[in-house]
Design a binder for this molecule. Structure first.
Ligand SMILES: Nc1nc2c(ncn2[C@@H]2O[C@H](COP(=O)(O)OP(=O)(O)OP(=O)(O)O)[C@@H](O)[C@H]2O)c(=O)[nH]1
Ligand SMILES: [Mg+2]
Length: 323
């Protein structure tokens, strides 16, 4: 057992900070820590908050922290910083805004970078949630900008996904990344005091009205908020709690966690395959020749030659190529 595990599960905040840093930066340590943390998974309520840059996610998170704390629950926050240089400035803003909670023993806030991620960060972020659960967080809030695939992927760890939209930002629904409307469980119209809020709510209602089937039989609520004033935060939290109960009672929570487990395990296998391939491409003389010194073959033919060395990969029937 990794020595930090016991300290984390007994509520040592400094040990948690250290564990999260190791999870982010050191794959070998990450694995050892996970071994210890995993048995505690499934205890926290994991709520994802996503939406365009500047939609007000951090302000909402900050308000939700206060509300959840008033109920006596502990909160962990993971904020995936946007990698875009245009929104990078928000990092400091987040810290300052949430600072008022930083001395509260029942709150743990962590920012993680998202630069240059190729699935790698996604897994580190996921693993961080296991650490926070083992630490004893009742609620975990995960803030990501819903722009890239890895941010979208990370949302598969959430029991409830909250999509934050704002009026006036062009046609909000049209500009929302495809896929994100599908995975959202609760819609929030933030900055609802601004003109265009009613139109956006109507647009969302119409979209939901046209929807033929609802994922997990859940009819998505639309909540209006003004995160700066704290308006609508109680409604938002109520919707999240109702969704969580719905997921629990319908067995959907377990189904999502199974799916998460499956995806994470497959992703690890994929990463191991990728590592194996690139290492062998460097080291195996036949592979090097096939890959580097054989311009006469087109890339498919070269790939076929490599695949001849991996006969077990041929799961398809007959002589169909796996390519
Ligand atoms: N008028 C108005 N402004 C808001 C509201 N909520 C947040 N804001 C402001 O919108 C700006 C962006 O808020 P953030 O909470 O940093 O937004 P974010 O979605 O976390 O932004 P990124 O992390 O950069 O993607 C800040 O200046 C907030 O004060 C709201 O309800 N009404
Ligand atoms: Mg933010």
């Amino acid at each position: 057992m990794h020595p930090l595990v016991h300290r984390v599960i007994t509520g040592d905040k400094r040990a948690l900070a250290r564990a999260l840093t190791l999870i982010e930066n050191d794959e070998a340590e990450r694995r050892a820590l996970l071994e210890g943390f995993y048995p505690y998974s499934g205890r926290a309520m994991v709520v994802g908050m996503t939406g365009s840059p500047g939609a007000g996610k951090s302000t909402l998170v900050d308000q939700v922290i206060a509300l959840v704390r008033s109920k006596g629950l502990s909160v962990g926050v993971v904020a995936v910083d946007p990698s875009s240089p245009f929104t990078g400035g928000a990092l400091l803003g987040d810290r300052v805004r949430m600072l008022r909670h930083s001395t509260d023993a029942g709150v743990y806030i962590r920012s993680v970078g998202s630069r240059g991620s190729l699935g790698g960060l996604g897994q580190a972020t996921r693993d961080m949630l296991y650490a926070l659960e083992a630490y004893g967080c009742d609620v975990i809030l995960l803030e990501t900008v819903g722009v890239g695939q890895s941010e979208l992927d990370v949302m598969t760890v959430a029991d409830t996904v909250v999509l934050v939209l704002t009026p006036g930002a062009g046609d909000a629904i049209q500009t929302a990344k495809a896929g994100i409307m599908e995975i959202a469980d609760v819609f929030v119209v933030n900055k609802s005091e601004l003109p265009g809020a009613d139109a956006l709510v109507r647009e969302l209602q119409l979209m939901l009205h046209d929807k033929r089937s609802f994922r997990e039989d859940w009819k998505n609520p639309i909540i209006r908020t003004n995160a700066v004033h704290g308006d609508g935060i109680a409604d938002l939290w109520l919707a999240v709690e109702q969704h969580h109960r719905h997921m629990e009672e319908g067995g959907h929570l377990l189904a999502r966690r199974r799916q998460r487990h499956r995806e994470e395990a497959l992703r690890l296998v994929e990463a191991a395959f990728a590592r194996y391939l690139s290492e062998r491409a460097e080291q195996d003389a036949d592979w090097r020749r096939a890959l580097l010194d054989n311009l006469a073959d087109n890339p498919y033919q070269t790939a076929e030659k490599i695949l001849e060395d991996l006969p077990w990969i041929r799961l398809r029937s007959g002589n169909d190529s796996v390519l």
